[in-house]
Ligand binder design. Structure first.
Ligand SMILES: [Zn+2]
Ligand SMILES: [Zn+2]
Length: 199
């Protein structure tokens, strides 16, 4: 048997190995669009992961390598795959374009809208110290605002979980009183706010 294209000895499906690999595709990749929150930002690793997750192949892929060149909101992406097609090893490279689109994630929409689920109330003679500790214990992204009052500080926190964690850590040294209030009702959903008075 000879290769129907070049006449060399045929090895696979009436083709020699070279001609077979030339006509067979190892993988497919299309241009992509990626939406990300401009306030959270995006890392190169995340772009690579997004691209690599969308590489399609019916063959065995052994390795995927992605190189990025970012110009403005365009990412010129080079994908190199190694693998096997019907047992024959092949390395293939494709270039695609990834367009980055900015949006604002749910968390940031809430943060900018002043949304909060919990309040830590720093009170008593050590209110300053308590407030400083809360600042350290709560991730910066979850800290909505700090209000200064005569009796102390009201620290608004976006997530109950973050507030709960901070309160738990402070419970080692301070007295904590937890209450909750119905803050809003939207589309039948009730939002209860947690209050932690700490002194
Ligand atoms: Zn051939
Ligand atoms: Zn965000």
């Amino acid at each position: 048997m000879f290769c129907i294209k070049c006449g060399k000895t045929a090895k696979i499906d009436n083709f020699c190995e070279d001609c077979f690999l030339q006509k067979e595709k190892l993988f497919e990749a299309k241009d992509l669009e990626l939406r990300f929150c401009e306030h959270c930002g995006i890392k190169q690793e995340a772009i690579k992961e997004y691209v690599e997750d969308r590489v399609k192949s019916e063959n065995e892929l052994e390795k995927i390598k992605t190189d990025l060149k970012i110009v403005g909101n365009k990412v010129y992406t080079k994908i190199t795959c190694t693998g096997k097609i019907k047992g024959v090893p092949k390395e293939e490279t494709k270039k695609i374009l990834v367009v980055l689109r900015k949006k604002t994630c749910d968390m940031h929409v809430k943060l900018f809208g002043g949304y909060y689920e919990a309040v830590i109330q720093a009170r008593g003679p050590e209110k300053e110290k308590i407030m400083e500790q809360v600042r350290k214990l709560v991730p910066q992204k979850a800290l909505v605002s700090i209000e200064s009052l005569k009796e102390g500080y009201n620290i608004k926190i976006m997530r109950k979980a973050n507030a709960g964690k901070a309160a738990k850590a402070l419970a080692k040294n301070y007295k904590i009183r937890k209450t909750f209030k119905l803050a809003a009702e939207k589309k039948g959903q009730k939002l209860y706010r947690n209050y932690y008075a700490i002194r």
